[in-house]
Ligand binder design. Structure first.
Ligand code: ZN
Ligand code: ZN
Length: 162
């Protein structure tokens, strides 16, 4: 699955399927996207393969107070993915709208729906959460296993660097 920024300078490819796709209705995402919600595909950062360009980074405020690192194109200002302090730099929240086949992405969960715009209706059977959710009972088992494996790999990598 490929994606790119608005001007096309930065192109990337996701080497794996996302772990989970969030449709986030929080007011932070609404402000950042200038829209009613954000569609974020979570993936191990190493599975984002750069095809062209060199993304820049910006640290911006986040709801947790710990900040969010936005990664994107310095030329057109398009954010491609983010790292949050909670998940760390090993995981990325890819802005699904920057994917060429974005329409094929459907959210696994709707979160922070207490601030969802009133005209939004949720599909039948959708996993809808007023705020955040419990990962262990929500993610697909293979996604949970992938996350565990990645956390272990990242810990080993960090140990080797010390
Ligand atoms: Zn660009
Ligand atoms: Zn949000």
């Amino acid at each position: 699955m490929q994606g790119h920024c608005t001007c096309g300078e930065i192109a990337y490819r996701l080497a794996e399927a996302p772990l989970v796709v969030h449709c986030c209705h929080c007011t932070w995402c609404q402000r950042e996207t200038g829209s009613a919600f954000a569609l974020n595909a979570l993936i191990e950062t190493r599975h984002i393969k750069l095809l062209s360009g060199r993304p820049g980074e910006r640290l911006v405020p986040s709801a947790s107070g710990k900040g969010q690192t936005m990664v994107g194109c310095a030329t057109c200002g398009c954010t491609l993915w983010s790292h949050y302090s909670g998940a760390g730099r090993g995981f990325a929240f890819v802005r699904a709208g920057t994917l060429v086949d974005a329409a094929r992405i459907t959210p696994d969960v709707h979160i922070y729906t207490t601030t969802a715009h009133p005209w939004i209706t949720f599909p039948e059977g959708a996993q809808v959460f007023p705020e955040y959710y419990r990962r262990s009972t929500t993610w697909r088992p293979e996604a949970l296993a992938r996350r565990e494996a990645e956390l272990e790999r990242l810990a080993q990598e960090q140990q080797q660097q010390q």
